[in-house]
Design a protein around this ligand. Structure first.
Ligand code: ADP
Ligand code: MG
Length: 336
């Protein structure tokens, strides 16, 4: 069967059946944001995320510095999604021979910057030459007192998100229209103050819209301060509809989401209207938000927004007029 018929998630299900290794200390193997292994005195978390040139990024709009920031940030997001603390990072690289040592130094400057911010220690990796673009593969080790998996959502729980959705997808659209890199780092802050014009000169991007682009290039995951009472959690990497579907699948429940409660930024609404796209659709399916989606039976006293509820069966979206439609796991899936 072609991989395009199967898709990434069915492929992962295949790995999960094939490598159904069980052992009392493996609290979570394949099927969550990170694996969890119990050791004397605590729980170790391990996660791995890759970024490939031409698939996840393109040097016409990403810098090496930004890639170094992002490869660690996306791994940190997975550890936060388990309720854990990130600790040790390994970065493996496949580098095309045409790239320079300065390029890789820039990449490491970004990596070190994010590592410092989150107090992550870079402890290893691997380096090879690549025939087909730059390959980044990150492995992050963390720990947790109590892990929060995708499988604990209960009927009646509220569904919450910790930040605005859709910004990153809009940022990527803007970057593609612009067709050039934007520097947020070091001396490159020159982009901050000036009016940037799109390649086709049809629409200006004002500095006010730069946070959308920054969200895409350099996501900054934020952990939940307190996880007591939280029944399930996932980070939003593939889009709300896909990631919520993972919680529903693993917890064997349904969900209803109220579209008008989904937090969207003012910048997203402005840019989406300018570009003729629906901001809510980007918030539902855009992906790469790297905020947390979690469920809890009680109200949460944080900045999180309650966007829906867990129900027994079915997956529904409700619009501002109360019209109910079913939803499928649409968003970003490799091979599809
Ligand atoms: P995320 O989007 O949070 O990074 P993924 O969808 O990539 O999560 O992965 C979901 C689960 O599948 C994780 O437990 C991950 O370790 C596992 N997984 C992904 N790819 C493979 C693989 N090639 N072999 C074994 N397990 C895998
Ligand atoms: Mg994840």
């Amino acid at each position: 069967m072609q991989l395009s018929e199967l898709g990434e998630f069915s492929l992962i299900e295949h790995f999960r059946t094939k490598c159904a290794d069980t052992s009392p200390e493996i609290l979570k193997g394949i099927g969550d944001d990170a694996a969890a292994i119990e050791i004397p005195g605590g729980t170790i978390l391990v996660t791995s995320d890759m970024m490939l040139e031409g698939v996840h990024f393109d040097f016409s709009y990403s810098t090496f510095y930004q890639l170094g920031c992002k490869i660690l940030a996306v791994n940190i997001s997975d550890i936060f999604a388990m309720g854990g603390k990130p600790e040790y990072f390994l970065l493996s690289l496949g580098i095309p021979e045409a790239y320079t040592s300065k390029n890789i130094e820039e990449l490491y400057s970004g990596l070190v910057k994010v590592a410092g911010k989150y107090r992550v220690k870079v402890i290893g990796g691997d380096t090879c030459s690549s025939k087909h673009g730059l390959v980044l593969s990150g492995t992050l080790i963390g720990n947790a007192d109590r892990i929060i998996t995708r499988s604990g959502a209960g009927i009646g729980d509220g569904v919450f998100v910790t930040g605005t959705l859709g910004d990153s997808a809009m940022g990527l659209m803007l970057l593609k229209k612009l067709g050039r890199q934007i520097h947020f780092e070091g001396r490159g802050t020159r982009d901050k103050g000036r009016k940037i014009r799109l390649k086709d000169h049809s629409l200006p991007i004002t500095p006010k819209l730069l946070p959308l682009i920054k969200r895409h290039l350099m996501p900054e995951p934020i952990p939940l301060e307190k996880t007591s009472g939280i029944t399930s959690m996932i980070d939003l990497s593939d889009g709300l509809l896909i990631d919520l579907s993972h919680i529903c699948d693993e917890s064997k429940v349904g969900a209803v989401i109220y579209k008008d409660r989904i937090p969207v930024s003012r910048e997203l609404v402005k840019a989406a209207v300018n570009s003729g796209v629906d901001p809510v659709s980007l918030a539902l399916k855009g992906g790469e938000d790297y905020v947390l989606l979690f469920t809890s039976p009680s109200e949460i006293k944080t900045d999180s927004v309650r966007i829906g509820e867990i129900i027994k069966k079915g997956r529904f979206l409700v619009d501002s007029e109360g019209r109910k439609t079913t939803f499928k796991a649409e968003g970003y899936e490799h091979f599809k």
